[in-house]
Design a protein around this ligand. Sequence first.
Ligand SMILES: [Zn+2]
Length: 524
Amino acid sequence: MSTNRRNLVLRGLLLMAALVPAAPARDYASPTAPAAAEAPAAPVTVIVHASVLDGTGSPARRTNVRISGDLIVDVGGAGPAAGETVVDADGLTLAPGFIDTHSHGSDQIFEIPDATAATSQGITTIVVGQDGGSSYPLRRFFNRLERRPAAVNVASYAGHGTLRDRVMGDDFRRPATQDEIEEMQRLLGKEMAAGAVGLSSGLEYDPGIYSAPEEVVELAKTAASFGGRYISHIRSEDRYFWKAIDEIIEIGRQAKLPVQISHTKLAMRSWWGQADKLLARLDKARASGVDITADMYPYLYWESTLTVLFPGRDFENRAEASLVLKEIAAPEGLLLTEFGPEPSYAGKTVAEIARLRRSDPVTTLIDLIRMSEAMRKETGESVESVIGTSMQEPDVERLMTWREMNFCTDGYLEGPHPRGFGSYPRILGHYVRERGVLKLPQAVHQASALAAAHMGFTDRGQIRPGLHADLVLFDPRIVRDRATPTHPHAVSDGIRSVWVNGVVVYRDGKSTGERPGRVLRRAS
Ligand SMILES: [Zn+2]
């Protein structure tokens, strides 16, 4: 996959936040410095003149924010003193760093530790181990990440599919036995002890799709016993959507833990216009005591595999293939981003490929899956990926306004879908500034403090003294995404500076090369 990464020259740099030392830095060797026995004070930065959104949803306040070392130490206090570094943020908005509750960043974090995809959109924490797949064992992944830190903080779920694979191997096309469930529970216990946020599942994917609902409930109970949570790519995002919603509500009820729907969408024509019905069902579940929440990314198209479109895995079934193209994504809206058996098909839609092959779209879809499945069986690896346009704008906008909806990317650090680079600036630019779907303080809340609450993080996600200094400084007048399906790695406009644990990791279109990110283990 080509990186397509483009170096961006940001426009409008006149308002750029400048790093200006207020006075010569204090010399700790001088006679006025603290006694040698004391540790030298951490460097202090004061961000002045910013319009500060603290993440709670409260209106902006023009005030000073002081950070020392890795912490926010003061909000609204005195101006800079001698020796303190000053950031003049006049005209800009300062917000808590965004928390991406559904990231696929772990796949590339050691190759791309600057994580520019994330930092360039103001993300300071990524939560990985999603859709049922996690690094295994987490203890080793976390240790490795602590030896070779990234620019962003990383937390992880433990994946149900990963545990299922450890225990059942290739014999996964069936419900697990009681013994196998107990073995998965034992492994999950270890992952939870290593600091997993909770259990994730991908019930529309192999091997999770073959699990019985009780298997997932039993594992969720184990996560609950550690104070963990459950997050899920639910069992169906199209044909059996409502049943899948009932299933996740039931998991929350029976296992008594917070549950979150991943990348919420109404991805089938027959369900378009039913966002209100969905949110009413979720509100009703909440009112009955189930702590159900959700995340979403701001696009009308998803990225996944062709095979996920066939829940019965009956890839030769013409009736199913026509239903896919009629109800889930039209041939013009199904764009291959990777196709191992015929790499020249990448970048083309099923409609275009059908014309090339002098065939019809249904036959073409079946042919494509037959080719990629043959290659997958040979290589043991997934060899295709696809972007499918399945959602409509009014539903996305309605879902975005739900009080328990936090934002995510569902993106890779260098993936084919523009969400990996563009999600948060797209919310702030397109949905807040241009469409007026949310007010800026509320959108920032859903990107930061609400996301932190949904992940159980208590020391990040707000601008408040004592919390970690994860911050994003942006220009609300120009912030916007620039990544597209043809240029998915274009960095956004308007993100000026991003701090992770008090260190600037991104400034004016470029990563700084600093890697202050930490492993965020679940607080026990
Ligand atoms: Zn997913």
